[in-house]
Design a binder for this molecule. Structure first.
Ligand SMILES: Cc1cc2nc3c(=O)[nH]c(=O)nc-3n(C[C@H](O)[C@H](O)[C@H](O)COP(=O)(O)OP(=O)(O)OC[C@H]3O[C@@H](n4cnc5c(N)ncnc54)[C@H](O)[C@@H]3O)c2cc1C
Length: 458
């Protein structure tokens, strides 16, 4: 199949159907268009359909299926393990479909599926509104939301997926359908955390919240105090108010020192926020205190340089009930020193509104308070990757006995299929039913939430 379609005229008729460019390996911009955020990903699609319209998406699905080629879908390109482009298949690229429309009266925003967190938040902030995004501005809202969506507003407003009100989806047979509370409500349920397994989402509608400035930033503590600070942090979060969501972990400062960080975000009044975070300053010696009132749209840009696009990366995750002596020891004894300057341990804080959603209300099943630990290894392209991958995998194994069995489907690697099933828990069977209904031929194999094809036939 590769030799038939690569560098051949076979794609001419698809190219003629599209308003956007069909990028082939022989095109000068192929390498640049193919590139994901993670430079480690080398997957080579036979063609990349840079869709500009819903009709482009429909044509691409129909043409690709009629030629028996595999399909993949990508938006902003932050999938870590390289599944959004597909080897020798056709990648639907929505990264140019980024329009956002805000309705301040209904406090909702419509986005095209290629829109990033930044696109949405910049448009909403003009009306004093915002919604849940990840922590970095360039991450795609669609990929983020389909897997769940951890971020600094989880405590107050739930996951990004909890704020998804409606979506338009092109199904495997090229039909454009709407999924919302009235129409195809089962599909909306599945799109809220069930992964990109049911079709190509072309637009989404999000609930917005009145929010402009938050109190946020960074507190850095010396490594010698990490155990004490993390124990106190663990006690503290048990009663943290919804408005306060605190990322934590270890990073390397530009001068090469490894430090423990707490990164609180408080999304109520600044005075109340100052009071709420005051105890954090007593947990240890705060070497750097960069807490400040900051507009939310600026906050999500503040980490844009970390890690830089194109660096090679690998990541493992574990979701913990909390931090106990054993997990704190594992993080410090096995996790440190970090393997390189841009490597980090980044711990998301899931609580409050996100935990109050029932486990079967959306496809995203882990609705207990927890800490989602990201073990992020990043290295220069010329380095031997095994050392970094091993660091993340070993630390992940050390945390596993204390972790929930499943995982965050947006960040599971291909060898972790069993954790996908466990992540969905009792929702898994319902997702298989959706798959049978909306994508019975298993065209959309978003491995991030892959629903094993053999389980589609009863
Ligand atoms: C630097 C960085 C920071 C991150 N920060 C966070 C964070 O703070 N919180 C968090 O929860 N996650 C975070 N992530 C993980 C992120 O949620 C996932 O990588 C997510 O898949 C990225 O979405 P994307 O649209 O940018 O990626 P893409 O690579 O474009 O897409 C990823 C996958 O999503 C599916 N998909 C995307 N668009 C569509 C569509 N229109 N229709 C159907 N399926 C689609 C496809 O299966 C695709 O393979 C981060 C990742 C990176 C690299």
């Amino acid at each position: 199949m590769t030799t038939t379609y690569r560098h051949s005229a076979a794609f001419n008729d698809l190219a003629a159907l599209l308003t956007g460019q069909l990028v082939l390996p022989e095109n000068a911009n192929y390498e640049q268009v193919r590139q994901l955020f993670n430079g480690r990903v080398k997957t080579q699609p036979a063609a990349i359909a840079r869709c500009l319209t819903v009709q482009d998406v429909i044509h691409t699905i129909r043409w690709t299926r009629s030629h028996n080629l595999p399909l993949s879908v990508r938006g902003a390109g932050h999938e870590i393990f390289g599944r959004s482009p597909i080897e020798n298949g056709v990648a639907i690229d929505l990264s140019q479909m980024r329009a956002v429309t805000v309705d301040p009266d209904t406090r909702t925003a419509q986005i095209q599926a290629g829109a990033t967190a930044s696109d949405l938040i910049e448009a909403a902030q003009q009306y004093g509104l915002a919604t849940v995004t990840g922590t970095i501005s360039s991450v795609g809202m669609t990929g983020l939301t389909l897997g769940g969506g951890y971020g600094s507003l989880n405590g107050a407003y739930g996951l990004a997926a909890d704020n998804l009100l409606s979506a338009q989806v092109v199904t495997a047979d090229g039909q454009l359908i709407t999924a919302n509370a009235e129409e195809n409500a089962d599909l909306l349920w599945g799109l809220r955390g069930g992964g990109g397994n049911f079709g190509v989402v072309v637009s989404l509608e999000f609930r917005l919240h009145p929010l402009t400035t938050v109190l946020s930033g960074l507190l850095l503590y010396p490594l010698e105090q990490a155990r004490e600070v993390l124990h106190r942090f663990n006690e503290f979060i048990a009663t943290a108010p919804d408005e306060l969501t605190i990322r934590s972990g270890f990073l390397q400062t530009p001068d090469g020192q490894t430090m423990l960080f707490l990164s609180p975000t408080y999304c109520g009044s600044i005075e109340a926020g100052e009071q709420a975070i005051a105890p954090l300053r007593t947990f240890g010696t705060v070497l750097v205190d960069r807490m400040q009132p900051i507009p939310y749209h600026e906050l999500i840009h503040s980490q844009d340089a970390y890690p830089p696009k194109g660096r090679h990366g690998y990541l493992q995750t574990r979701s913990l009930k909390g931090l106990q002596t054993e997990t704190i020891e594992a993080l410090i004894e096995q996790g440190l020193p970090l393997p390189s300057p841009f490597s980090a341990i980044n711990i998301h804080h899931f609580h409050g509104a996100a935990s109050r959603v029932g486990a079967s209300e959306t496809a995203f099943a882990l609705r207990q308070d927890h800490l989602m630990v990201e073990l992020i290894a990043a290295w220069e392209p010329q380095d031997d990757e095994q050392r970094y991958i091993q660091w993340a995998q070993n630390l992940s194994q050390a945390l596993a006995p204390y972790a929930f069995k499943g995982g965050y489907i947006n960040l599971l690697d291909e060898q972790e299929q069993e954790r996908v099933r466990l992540a969905f828990g009792s929702n898994y069977e319902r997702l298989l039913d959706l798959k049978r209904k909306y994508d019975p031929d298993d065209v959309f194999r978003s491995t991030i939430g892959h629903l094993a094809p053999h389980s589609l036939t009863r």
